[in-house]
Design a protein around this ligand. Structure first.
Ligand SMILES: [Fe+2]
Length: 334
């Protein structure tokens, strides 16, 4: 069945922070992610695919005001293929805990899937380090999905050149808590077009032409507020498709229980909107290139213009893409 909205790719999830430089240090030098600073208050990070983490500064006061006891259930997960490597990562985390302002290094936990632990960073975000087979969660899904954009630009990348403390292979997932997994599954499949695989009664994986998946877990969290800061984003090609998507959300508000549907805006360098669903989870649909944020990594380093490229006198990311296909082309020689 064709989903209600044509979303091409699982583009990004969010982390919130106090200080971009401190977070770049933690994301790049400790965990081992590729990081691009996108403004004095924002960054993007990735590992092993183009489904990115967008880090946004809320500041000390903002973080304190947005009390989010559920943040543990909105973590990002990073894979090592063996239990020994997870153990070593745990030791390294304890050793470097102070210097990277890590609030807590959780205990090692053994489950059917292997060994894992959670890190709580200086800003209250949780990062899971886990044992997982090479390729992440792809093995659970039947058939292929189109990972052309998810993996664009990764062919020659040499992960071994990293100087970071930890060196996980892949960001395999972002976690998202729901109240009733069956109810939410209908939304994800019928509206967003996610490919969903139920793992247990309380757990389901979802992917959208991506290597990184959303790990949905059914929880009984009582407080589910302030989720807009931690929305999950998808890209569509062009402002008119953003408007079409928003109209579909508005038309189906009652049927799927959408809570808040924000107006469209042009914040952080593109046109888009956010809305929240029956679980209070927040989602974003924005005008963005195929493959999402990967143009930021391609254009060569941190952005000098807020959210816009540094290269070749280009003023807006739209100049780096083919307007018809929305494929990234880089700077054209004309
Ligand atoms: Fe976003």
């Amino acid at each position: 069945m064709k989903p209600l909205i044509d979303l091409p790719f699982l583009s990004h999830g969010h982390a919130t922070l106090k200080d971009v430089e401190q977070s770049v240090r933690f994301y790049r030098d400790f965990i081992g992610l590729d990081v691009v600073k996108t403004s004095p208050r924002t960054l993007v990070a990735r590992l092993g695919s183009n489904t990115a983490i967008v880090g946004v500064t809320l500041g000390e006061k903002g973080l304190a005001k947005a009390n989010r006891p559920w943040l543990k259930n909105a973590h990002f997960g990073f894979d090592f293929p063996t239990a020994d490597e997870v153990k070593e990562a745990h030791e390294l985390s304890l050793l470097h805990q102070e210097s990277f302002h890590i609030k807590n290094v959780g205990d090692l936990v053994e489950s059917d899937e292997g060994l894992s632990f959670l890190l709580l960073d200086q800003d209250g975000n949780y990062w899971e380090i886990l044992e997982n087979q090479i390729g992440g969660y792809t093995r659970y899904f039947d058939g292929e999905c189109d990972t052309r954009h998810a993996l664009a630009s990764f062919s020659e990348r040499n992960l071994e050149n990293r100087k970071s403390i930890l060196k996980p292979l892949l960001m395999s997932h972002m976690t998202c808590e729901v109240i009733d997994i069956e109810k939410s599954r209908v939304l994800y499949e019928e509206v967003f077009g996610l490919d969903c695989i139920r793992l247990t009664s309380k757990r389901m994986l979802g992917r959208l032409n991506s290597v990184a998946v959303i790990d949905f877990i059914e929880t009984d969290s009582e407080l589910r507020e302030h989720k807009m800061h931690n929305h999950i984003g998808f890209d569509v090609a062009g402002p008119e498709n953003v408007d079409i998507a928003r109209q579909i959300i508005v038309d189906n508000q009652e049927k799927f229980g959408f809570d808040v549907i924000h107006k469209t805006s042009g914040s952080h360098g593109t046109y888009g909107f956010t809305f929240s669903d029956l679980d209070n989870n927040a989602w974003q649909i924005e005008d963005y290139p195929r493959g999402g944020y990967y143009w930021m990594f391609e254009q060569g380093g941190d952005l000098l213009n807020k959210f816009q490229p540094n290269v070749g006198g280009v003023e807006d990311w739209h100049q780096l893409i083919d307007p018809e296909t929305y494929e990234y082309t880089g700077v054209k020689n004309n």
